[in-house]
Every structure is written in structure tokens, then in C-alpha cells.
Design a protein around this ligand. Structure first.
Ligand code: IPR
Ligand code: MG
Length: 150
């Protein structure tokens, strides 16, 4: 029998704003086993035992898109309780940013069971796809800017 009771402890996720010009990489999530089904989210996933945030960011982006990244930097952290999900979960999400060493690399959809495909979107509320993954939507509403100020 399926267990729909909440996970007893919070998890840690790492999500990556992969920046190219004024755009970010987003994909529509397919989440039969995870959260945010049909919402557009950043590449990322769960922190593994012993990993640094930077290592997790690089691993998850590679696993999900085939892309190598560099200049990986911490941006912010959010505390997220997904109580309305089929399997409620509490995830602390570490948001990182990074860029491509080779801007001519194209993202591949390496995990089609988890994502419909990746594309680049301008980071403003008019041009972003909808619906956004919950935590990301709140950041847009709050005016969060993942781009460096210089
Ligand atoms: P996986 O590890 O399957 O990529 O998990 P995810 O994409 O559901 O990630 C969960 C944490 C996210 C929201 C940063
Ligand atoms: Mg993921």
C-alpha cells in the first residue's frame, strides 16, 4: 500500500540558476515521484551525503541537462513545506547560480521521465513560463534577481 504520510524530516535540495545572457534555463517538471508536477523549474535535486552545494549543483545539472557549469556561487536559501503534494515533503532549497564555460553547449533532456525539456527564458514575470515551480514563483513575485550586479 502507498504511504502518503509526510516525510518525518526536512530534506535539502540544491537548485541552479544557470545564466546565459539575461536568460535562465527552465524545464517543465514531470514528477510522478517528486513535487511540482507540470510546473517550470530549475535544474537541481537532492543533496547527497558528503556533497558540497557546488558539487551537488554541478552533478545535478550534468545529470539532468548534460551541461558542464562553472562559476558556481551560492545565492540564497528558502524553507519550503509542500503540504499539498500527493506525498507532502519539507525541503530546504539552496539556490545557486552558474554559467556555461562554453555558451555554444545545448541542454539535453537526459531524464525525460522527470522533465519535458529545457529551454532558456528571460528572467522577468512577463516572459517566464507558467506555472512556475512554487518556490521559484515566490521569488519572482518578491523581485528576486539571480544575475550579478556588475
Ligand atoms: P531529483 O533529485 O530527482 O532531481 O529531485 P527534484 O528535482 O525533485 O529536486 C528536489 C529539490 C529541488 C526542488 C531543488
Ligand atoms: Mg531535479
Amino acid at each position: 500500500m502507498e504511504n502518503n504520510s509526510p516525510s518525518p524530516v526536512p530534506k535539502v535540495g540544491v537548485a541552479v540558476f544557470l545564466l546565459e545572457g539575461r536568460t535562465v534555463l527552465l524545464g517543465r517538471r514531470r514528477s510522478s515521484t517528486s513535487i511540482g508536477h507540470n510546473t517550470f523549474g530549475l535544474p537541481g535535486g537532492h543533496l547527497e551525503f558528503g556533497e558540497s552545494f557546488e558539487e551537488c549543483a554541478a552533478r545535478e545539472v550534468k545529470e539532468e541537462t548534460g551541461l558542464d557549469i562553472e562559476k558556481i556561487e551560492f545565492l540564497t536559501v528558502t524553507n519550503n513545506v509542500f503540504s499539498e503534494e500527493p506525498k507532502p515533503v519539507h525541503i530546504v532549497i539552496i539556490f545557486m547560480r552558474a554559467v556555461l564555460p562554453d555558451p555554444h553547449q545545448f541542454p539535453q533532456n537526459i531524464e525525460p521521465d522527470k522533465c519535458d525539456g529545457w529551454d532558456w527564458y528571460e528572467w522577468n514575470s512577463d516572459n517566464l513560463p507558467k506555472p512556475l515551480f512554487g518556490a521559484l514563483g515566490k521569488m519572482v513575485q518578491g523581485g528576486f534577481d539571480p544575475f550579478p550586479s556588475d
